[in-house]
Ligand binder design. Sequence first.
Ligand SMILES: N[C@@H](CCC(=O)N[C@@H](CS)C(=O)NCC(=O)O)C(=O)O
Length: 215
Amino acid sequence: MTDFELFIGNKNYSSWSFRPWIALEHKDIPFREKLVPFDFENGNPNFRAFSPSMKVPVLKDGNLTVWDSLAILEYVADCYPQKGLWPEDRGARAWARAISAEMHSGFPALRNACPMNMRRPVEVLSVDEAVKSDIDRIVKIWTECLEASGGPFLFGEFTIADAMYAPVVSRFATYSLSQDPVFKPYHDAMSGSNAWKTWEAEAVKETWIVAVDEI
Ligand SMILES: N[C@@H](CCC(=O)N[C@@H](CS)C(=O)NCC(=O)O)C(=O)O
């Protein structure tokens, strides 16, 4: 039995918060959400009360504190092995971990140029070569996974890999970053889920403005 409390920054911009939140919601895992906005010029000093890194997301489970989105997702997978947070097949699981790690540590050009901003009207953004190269790599990852699994999610059923790519799916849509045929069905599967719809409905109602993320 867990007693999860998930601290997040906001829903419109907080891409890292979106990852554990969508996985917990998708897998019907009970948690209490604690939203602590970070729209201060130098972060939010209130983060000190719950976050060792001064960043969100943070998961508390009783006396245990887990920070960093991927570490949180791994902990949730440990607590709920029956929920299929990682693919069942060992090879697929290794592949899912590899692409999740690649997302966690990579794609800086795309992240900087195209912040997650769910409220922003969809509009084509022209991007430089570094961002194009990140986009190409992500499309290749999605293509290989979806061809092998048959979809609708990267490994068939929704897994942590989809949670890790969810903010990038949102960015691809907002800034119209790819016309590749792999994107639309994957975006439809992700954005059509109840978990995504709930997050997005709350994101677009938020009124906090994070100036650096409004490009
Ligand atoms: N690697 C961390 C990154 C967390 C992160 O950068 N969170 C941002 C919000 S999306 C944050 O807390 N920013 C507030 C700040 O830097 O003051 C993770 O995956 O959880």
